[in-house]
Design a protein around this ligand. Structure first.
Ligand SMILES: *[C@@H]1O[C@H](CO)[C@@H](O)[C@H](O)[C@H]1NC(C)=O
Ligand SMILES: *[C@@H]1O[C@H](CO)[C@@H](O)[C@H](O)[C@H]1NC(C)=O
Ligand SMILES: *[C@@H]1O[C@H](CO)[C@@H](O)[C@H](O)[C@H]1NC(C)=O
Ligand SMILES: *[C@@H]1O[C@H](CO)[C@@H](O)[C@H](O)[C@H]1NC(C)=O
Ligand SMILES: *[C@@H]1O[C@H](CO)[C@@H](O)[C@H](O)[C@H]1NC(C)=O
Ligand SMILES: *[C@@H]1O[C@H](CO)[C@@H](O)[C@H](O)[C@H]1NC(C)=O
Ligand SMILES: *[C@@H]1O[C@H](CO)[C@@H](O)[C@H](O)[C@H]1NC(C)=O
Ligand SMILES: *[C@@H]1O[C@H](CO)[C@@H](O)[C@H](O)[C@H]1NC(C)=O
Length: 684
């Protein structure tokens, strides 16, 4: 190379610039030549600024050598200013970096070399031999080459990937991004050219429309958009971009109580593979330690999928968040309510004045009716003592005292407290008297809502005043604060009373609710009682009468007086009847037909049977009578006195003669088992 270059240089210099300086250079070449040893020349140097704002130039070159003892000289040659050129000739050569070991060198870009075209070359010295690179002619101030983008951060915006890195200068640059899917490293790169945005000394670009749930490999290079002759930076190292963590971790939790401390064990499922290619860490935070109440704990990033933590009995929110290089998942928030004490008592008087120590904290939960999840929580720690001032008067608080013990929080006290108690501000609602008697009354009311109590109720004060009475006097009594009704006794009968009820706290008595009644006049027996007794008596007597009647009817069935008073033989027969057992008999057919033709059997039979069943209703019997007379009447068309005679003869035999004694009236008597059906037929 040197041999090849030498004649050219020699000719050039001899031809154009016959200056002293040039001769020196030629001499140097000759010296180099004379040493006779060879080395491979370095590449020609590249000099640039890393940003247009700096005046330092960085020169880089390359040298292929296995030698360890190599040193370099960098030369810059330019046309000298006219004053100097008189003295030294028109060309000046400066040896900027002398005998350096590295292949880079920084030079201060003064006006002499910046503002005009210069020739740059480098000479390498290996042992006793030297080799010179080829020259480059450049105008230095136009050349800007940014550094490699470093510390690239990434985050997903749905399908778009945002990449950012430290800005090379305070102007936007042009960036080229190349990427391929992480699981296909043999695919060719896809490239995108974009202008970066510049903000707070950061460059950022957005690569749009990538695939979701996919991890990528990314490289970036950048180029100044300000310089006249910008150079591309080198490609950044390959960066692996994991997929977005879109889902919050699925966390399950178990708690165990340990004497004031709750041990919370959290476990969660691993994140999807594409989001975990560069590893996932988990961050567990709780609201107690973030408020330093009572322990301040640093939460290391957790690699495993289980974590144990300790919390006090106070309510706490624990959040679990997964994080990878491209961002973090939404947090999974586990809300653990306060561990309720079995029986909350009111606090000691001293609690409100207790001094707060380090690693201790107090909490005041505003206690509201029917609200187990308190909203306004005041936390007082050693750092935030002033918070105690925001505890309100006349408001009931659930008070907690926690201490930090060996790094674990523990609840040591839990009670109800007022900063200052007041008298209740409203009357007991719906105070009514009911069920008054001559000497007692039931009083009932509704409990006063917590917000209106303004203190711990010690008792109710219940007073009664007898109005219009010579010895009118007020009587008061204390009754339990837990009651909502009271049975008041020993009142005078027939008097007017007024009652007043007020809730009482340590601070005094609240307003009075009032109601009035008249007691009933005294009576030996209550009217109601006597009325009901009378009714019962009446009822019993009626029932007894009925039953007795029935029994009598059973034992002595009523014997009807025969229609014909002098029908003696039948009377005798009927008197035997009660001794017989009652049974349904075959019906007796009375055929009152001249030709002796009989009426159909079943028709008669039904009538008789019905008569048997409805034996205790006289009315029915009457009906039957009517029916039979009716049926007798209808079937009478063919009945003549003779046929009746015949039938009677058939059934009763010898008695026919007696019947004949009746004038203009035929009476038929059917007498069965104590029942009489008589058929009367009026003969014209
Ligand atoms: C360095 O030398 C190796 C072989 O010795 C060659 O393959 C390579 O291209 C050389 N590099 C340069 C920059 O000359
Ligand atoms: C380099 O030159 C010195 C004398 O100038 C000589 O002593 C030495 O042996 C030479 N080394 C090589 C490697 O030629
Ligand atoms: C990346 O940034 C961190 C601090 O944010 C720094 O410690 C580290 O050296 C940087 N890495 C590179 C390659 O600049
Ligand atoms: C992603 O880029 C596309 C194309 O520029 C744009 O329409 C979309 O709004 C971007 N999405 C987000 C979430 O920024
Ligand atoms: C970058 O911006 C310049 C002007 O601001 C514009 O000419 C150029 O086309 C842009 N390049 C890209 C890739 O958007
Ligand atoms: C709980 O802690 C208290 C001290 O605060 C101690 O007196 C008590 O014995 C402990 N109980 C148990 C079961 O450890
Ligand atoms: C827990 O989170 C819920 C909902 O964001 C909030 O209302 C509550 O005050 C939090 N509790 C604590 C103890 O921070
Ligand atoms: C009711 O209680 C108050 C306070 O405890 C007491 O002063 C008062 O004497 C009591 N009244 C009666 C009637 O017991």
């Amino acid at each position: 190379m040197i041999f090849r270059d030498f004649p050219l240089k020699l000719m050039e210099t001899l031809k154009c610039r016959r200056s002293l300086h040039q001769y020196i250079v030629v001499f140097m070449f000759l010296v180099t030549l004379s040493t006779g040893s060879t080395c491979e020349a370095p590449s020609s140097p590249q000099c640039f600024r890393t940003s247009s704002a700096t005046i330092m130039y960085l020169c880089e070159w390359m040298m292929n050598t296995t030698e360890s003892d190599v040193s370099y000289d960098l030369y810059i040659e330019y046309e000298a200013q006219w004053k100097l050129s008189v003295l030294l000739g028109p060309v000046r050569t400066e040896n900027k970096c002398r005998g350096i070991k590295e292949t880079t060198c920084s030079i201060n870009g003064d006006d002499l070399i910046q503002k005009r075209p210069v020739d740059i070359w480098v000479v390498a010295h290996v042992g006793n031999s030297s080799c010179t690179s080829s020259r480059t002619s450049v105008e230095l101030r136009h050349i800007v080459k940014h550094k490699v983008p470093q510390n690239i951060t990434m985050s997903w915006l749905k399908n778009n990937l945002s990449l950012s890195w430290k800005a090379a200068e305070k102007y936007p640059a042009l960036a080229e991004v190349r990427f391929r899917r992480h699981e296909r490293p043999t695919d060719s790169w896809e490239t995108r050219m974009t202008n970066t945005t510049y903000e707070t000394s950061k460059y950022s670009v957005i690569v749009v429309n990538l695939l979701k749930f996919t991890s990528y490999q990314v490289q970036i290079r950048q180029r100044s958009s300000q310089a006249g002759n910008p150079l591309w930076s080198d490609w950044s190292p390959v960066v692996t971009v994991p997929a977005e963590l879109e889902q919050k971790p699925e966390v399950s939790m178990t708690t165990t109580l340990l004497n004031g401390t709750r041990k919370v064990t959290l476990t969660w499922k691993p994140m999807p593979h594409a989001a975990a290619v560069t590893g996932v860490t988990y961050n567990v935070m709780d609201t107690q330690s973030s408020q330093k109440c009572p322990c301040e704990r640093r939460r290391p990033d957790i690699k495993s999928s289980e974590h144990q933590t300790y919390v006090s009995y106070s309510a706490v929110n624990i959040s679990v968040m997964a994080m990878n290089a491209a961002g973090s998942s939404p947090p999974a928030i586990i809300q653990i309510p306060a561990q309720p004490a079995a029986d909350l008592k009111s606090c000691d008087e001293t609690v409100m004045k207790k001094k707060i120590k380090k690693k201790t904290c107090f909490e005041f939960y505003e206690f509201q009716d029917g609200d187990s999840r308190p909203e306004n929580i005041i936390t007082v720690t050693a750092d935030k003592k002033k918070n105690r001032k925001s505890v309100k008067e006349f408001v009931r608080y659930l008070y907690f005292e926690h201490i930090c013990e060996k790094g674990k929080p523990r609840t040591v006290d839990m009670c109800l407290v007022y900063k200052k108690q007041g008298a209740p501000r409203i009357i007991p609602q719906d105070f009514t008297a009911s069920r008054e008697t001559h000497n007692s009354v039931d009083l009932s009311w509704k409990a006063i809502p917590l917000a209106d109590q303004q203190g711990f109720l010690t008792h109710y004060s219940l007073c009664s005043v007898k109005i219009i009475s010579p010895e009118a006097q007020k009587e008061c009594r204390n009754i339990s604060a837990s009651l909502i009704n009271y049975h008041l006794e020993n009142l005078s009968p027939g008097a007017k009373y007024s009652f007043s009820l007020a809730a009482v706290t340590q601070a005094g008595e609240g307003p009075n609710a009032e109601t009035a009644i008249n007691t009933l006049p005294e009576k030996p027996v209550n009217v109601l009682w006597s009325l009901s007794l009378l009714f019962v008596f009446f009822f019993i007597s009626t029932t007894c009468t009925c039953i007795l009647k029935r029994i009598k009817n059973k034992i002595f069935p009523p014997v009807p007086t025969p229609v014909i008073p002098n029908f003696t033989p039948y009377q005798a027969e009927s008197q035997e009847m009660p001794e017989r057992k009652e049974e349904v008999h075959e019906l007796t057919l009375l055929q009152l037909h001249p030709e002796g033709k009989s009426v159909p059997e079943d028709a008669e039979e039904t009538t008789i049977l019905r008569g048997d069943w409805d034996d205790d209703t006289d009315e029915d019997v009457e009906n039957e009578r009517g029916d039979s007379s009716l049926s007798g009447g209808t079937s009478d068309e063919c009945l003549g006195p003779g046929s009746t005679d015949q039938a009677l003869k058939r059934s009763k035999g010898g008695e026919v003669t007696d019947l004949e004694q009746l004038d203009n009236e035929i009476a038929m008597l059917i007498y069965r088992n104590g029942l009489v059906f008589d058929v009367k037929t009026e003969l014209p």
